[in-house]
Design a protein around this ligand. Sequence first.
Ligand code: FES
Length: 322
Amino acid sequence: MRNRVEWRDGTVAEIRQIAEDVRQIAFAVDGPVPRFDPGSHSNFKVQIESTAANRAYTVVPAAPGQIAIAVKLHPQSRGGSRFMWGLGVGEKIRLTLPENRFELSWRAAHYLLLAGGIGITPIYGMAQALVARGASVRVVYGARSRGLMAFAQELQSLLGDRLVLNDNSLGDHVDLAAEFAALPADAECYLCGPIGMLEAAKAAWTASGRPVSRLRYEVFGDSGLFAEKAFSVDVVNRGITVDVRSDQTLLDALIGAGVEMIHDCRRGECGLCAVQVLETQGQIDHRDVFFSPEEKSEGGKMCACVSRLTEGHARIDVGYRG
Ligand code: FES
């Protein structure tokens, strides 16, 4: 795992449509690209409505000297995915060398990998790495339809009958309880998908009596239970009201308004960006994995990098830690 963020210049080398709503974009990177683990991600400098922003994408297996990502175009995106889809071969971009916060342990006797939608990006690299090492692995991959499943063909060739594809439009869904019941005692499960899938998996994993440390996961920050809408917040002690656009995070809106914010992962994992919610007229769409279900239902705090109000207005305190 890399501990230092290292920015480089990259040039778009290749663009491939790999599912109806997913493009794989490969970047030739200036300078040597160290070997990186499956599950790693890179940050990219993007322009959103002429404002500079950073977006993180999981890297997928790529040719030597290149970093590749798979980007799903979000329907109403004016943000990162729209920018990425607007890139052409030969265009330049700043990006970081991959770093990993979703690492394989390499200690399990068997691995169950679960992917929902674009959550396949880290799972695809993990499956390749595990097969290369001769590990025992099974992949269960679901999406709203077969046409939306990036890397399905490659996984089929790699795994054969160790791959299950669930086309939700045909009524096929993962049976979490059955999958977990079939695992040997020392198995590990890695999951990447929307927050609803993660919550269901956590509940089923706990019910199966397995150690919490053997379920590892990552969610995508835009995978809330509600569609993104604009909302606003009063920031107490700063005396300002900040409008948050539908394509913007609360964290970016606060920073853009000059509010000093501590943050790190921008993925709802570290909790550093958490703000206290004093009063709200809208519902909080919690999209982080930092707070417990109990803390989320209390509604007193939210991670500004991924969570948002469904709409309306709230009063928040950004300095409650003192
Ligand atoms: S920056 Fe880590 S949870 Fe928001």
